[in-house]
Design a protein around this ligand. Structure first.
Ligand code: ADP
Length: 367
């Protein structure tokens, strides 16, 4: 069992930079938690506080119900994998992997068995005699992960472990880390600024901005029901379209209106808006590019918008259509190639069930 809990944790640098602001999170045993957010939002600082590499300014951190605020890093039974691998250059791969066990005075036979077992899992048996300088970036990363695994820690902490690898290797290592997580059945806490890594790896994602948690949930929930405009725009690629609109009531039906367009809202969304007195008010609407279609068989005027096609990108399996509606950009993502032409005023159809509506002032999700 390895739970980690952070209660009202703060980190202030130089008495005025609040890097982490009232962080509260309970991480259950065997979760793969990903901290994601733009650079400087406090992800690494939070991870380093859990590791004991950074003092906390206020609050409490527990590992397995034990308060660890004053427990030194090496006694926390955690292992950390860094972006720059942090291997000892003068030691061989074998010695690097065995180092932590040697410090713990593990017997030689047991150390040898563990190192070889882990080397096999990571497919680096043939590299054991090499020095780090004779390894590729991907191989170094495997050794760094191997060095963390041999110790059998309660919790794995990983700080942007893939960001020094090229795109292809990054995708490959991503899959390997997921497999490793399934195999080891340990708690993983993983920091990345890459929302694709977060979505594909995490069992739960913590989206952070400016030292504050903006949402904690499963990847599906974060994508389907972003809690606020920040999460809506940060998660998803291409980014969600966000537009100012007004809620209008016509003949007992509710519409979102922007420029010349009026989109009829489904009953359940309309009810929530009505109950919360949004009729006549300005809101921000969000629709993901993949939830706008150019399907001409769909003749439903209630979900149609007219928008001018400016740029088309053909990516093979899909196309991105960049359009302008009034003064607003609306991006559309379609599978296959589009029939649209550049310069044309085209009709697009919005999947109204997938429409998100946010309060314009607070930025929080209404429905
Ligand atoms: P992230 O990992 O999300 O990129 P960090 O946790 O590294 O962000 O940093 C969060 C904030 O704290 C940033 O504004 C950063 O400049 C600041 N910060 C980090 N380390 C220090 C430090 N040692 N001294 C002063 N400010 C720091």
């Amino acid at each position: 069992m390895s739970n980690v809990e952070l209660k009202n944790v703060y980190k202030t640098y130089d008495s005025d930079i609040v890097a982490v602001n009232d962080f509260n999170l309970k991480i259950e045993d065997k979760e793969f938690i990903v901290f994601v957010g733009p650079s400087g939002c406090g992800k690494s600082t939070t991870l380093r506080m859990i590791a004991g590499l950074e003092e906390i300014s206020k609050g409490e951190i527990y590992i397995d119900e034990d308060l660890v605020n004053d427990v030194p890093s090496k006694e926390r039974d955690i292992a950390m994998v860094f972006q720059n691998y942090a291997l000892y250059p003068h030691m061989s791969v074998y010695e690097n992997m065995a180092f932590g066990l040697k410090l713990r005075k593990t017997d030689k036979k047991e150390t040898d068995r563990k190192v070889k077992e882990v080397a096999k899992i990571l497919d680096i048996q043939h590299l054991l005699k090499r020095k780090p300088k004779a390894l590729s970036g991907g191989q170094k990363q495997r050794v760094a992960i191997g060095r963390a695994i041999v110790r059998n820690p309660k919790v794995f902490l990983m700080d942007e472990p893939l960001s020094n690898l090229d795109a292809k290797l990054r995708v490959q290592m991503r899959t390997e880390i997921i497999k490793l997580f399934r195999k080891l059945e340990t708690t993983f806490i993983y920091v990345t600024h890459d929302q694709v890594e977060a979505m594909t790896m995490g069992t739960r994602i913590v989206v952070m901005d400016n030292g504050i948690i903006k949402q904690v949930d499963t990847p599906e929930k974060i994508y389907d029901s972003p809690a606020n405009i920040f999460v809506a725009s940060f998660i998803g690629s291409p980014q969600m379209n966000l537009l100012d609109a007004t809620i209008e009531s016509i003949d007992d039906e509710l519409y979102v209106a922007f420029d010349e367009n009026k989109i009829k809202l489904p009953k359940e969304k309309a009810k929530i808006l009505k109950d919360n007195s949004y009729i006549g008010k300005e809101v921000t609407i969000g629709i993901r590019p993949e939830h706008i279609n150019e399907d001409r068989k769909l003749k439903d005027k209630d979900c149609m918008i007219k928008s001018k096609v400016e740029v088309i990108e053909h990516l093979g399996a899909e196309s991105y259509i960049y359009t302008v509606c009034g003064k607003k950009s609306i991006n559309v993502r379609v599978l296959e190639t589009t029939k649209c032409k550049i310069g044309q005023i085209a009709h697009f159809y919005i999947e109204v069930k997938k429409l998100h509506i946010f309060d314009k002032e607070t930025g929080n999700r209404i429905v």
